[in-house]
Design a protein around this ligand. Structure first.
Ligand code: GLN
Length: 286
């Protein structure tokens, strides 16, 4: 009979050895998996180390642990990921929301007024993370979220329903293709931006995420170029475009925005001190 403490100890060792994670990360992962199987908060595991697992619980835990040891992302095993204080359903159909992406949400929220009507477009919404965070915190906005993937949209729509966020709508669209004639005050996107030759695509969590949400041509900028080039036709005068990008792309994205006529072009650093979001404003005269 294995109890909670033994189960965690063995799992921490396996995760550390096989996935080469440090002890803290291994412990957090083992705890997350066991919390999920037992449907208890973390504090319960700490308070009841001697509690024995039933056979069903033990089998369920072992099955999840084996999948994790084969590399499947924790978010896929739990079926959810926390983002900007919301619990989002996550499946292999979308990118797993990253903590770094909270930056683009904050930059968007800072630009949105509190009361007057405001239209926001989220391009390549995936799980809906950015669109839902903005819609939730700015009830005066009307958020439109697009994705080319029907499977991703199904996840995003379920997240909106679960979280009861009414001011967001979802449209299947290949970037701007389904949005003719529409104008937005703010466009945000966390598009694919990894170079298609990048070795990281064959490592870690990225192996289990949709390539279409990650890779974008030889320099990773193909989709960003498409978005920047078309965005002025879909923005109101003084409208903002905010883009997440890779660690070494800020200068290129600033150049693209400036060349396309955007003003007040800036880049902002993420939690790790890396320039992660670049934005610009459409001038009045456009
Ligand atoms: N930030 C992600 C990573 O480097 C990539 C996300 C993206 O391509 N939009 O793993």
């Amino acid at each position: 009979m294995r109890n909670i403490a033994d189960t965690l100890r063995e799992a921490i060792t396996s995760i550390g050895d096989i996935l080469a994670l440090d002890p803290t990360a291994s412990r957090i992962e083992a705890q997350c998996l066991l919390q999920h199987v037992l449907s208890v908060p973390r504090v319960y595991l700490l308070a009841h180390p001697e509690q024995t697992l039933s056979e069903v619980q033990r089998d369920a835990f072992d099955a999840l642990l084996q999948r994790r040891l084969r590399g499947e992302p924790i978010a896929h095993l739990l079926g959810e990921r926390e983002f900007f204080g919301m619990n989002l359903k996550v499946t292999p159909a979308t990118l797993i929301p990253r903590p770094d992406t909270e930056l683009i949400v904050e930059l968007a929220l800072n630009r949105i007024p509190h009361t007057q009507p405001y239209r926001v477009l989220d391009m390549g919404t995936g799980s809906g993370a950015i669109a839902l965070a903005i819609a939730k915190h700015k009830p005066n906005t009307e958020v439109v979220a697009v994705d080319v993937s029907q499977d991703a949209l199904a996840v995003a729509i379920e997240n909106a329903q679960r979280l009861k966020i009414p001011n967001v709508s979802f449209i299947r669209s290949d970037w701007f293709s389904a949005l003719n004639g529409q104008r937005f005050d703010l466009i945000v996107s966390n598009p694919p931006y990894i170079s298609s030759g990048d070795i990281h695509l064959s490592q870690g969590d990225l192996r289990f995420e949709p390539l279409s949400a990650l890779a974008s041509g030889a320099d990773g900028l193909d989709d960003i170029r498409r978005i920047v080039s078309a965005a002025p036709q879909y923005l109101t005068a003084n409208g903002w475009l905010l883009l997440e990008h890779g660690y070494d792309q800020a200068g290129s994205v600033r150049d693209l925005l400036t060349q396309r006529g955007f003003v007040e072009v800036f880049s902002e650093k993420d939690l790790a001190g890396i320039e992660r979001v670049t934005g610009g404003k459409l001038p009045d005269s456009k």
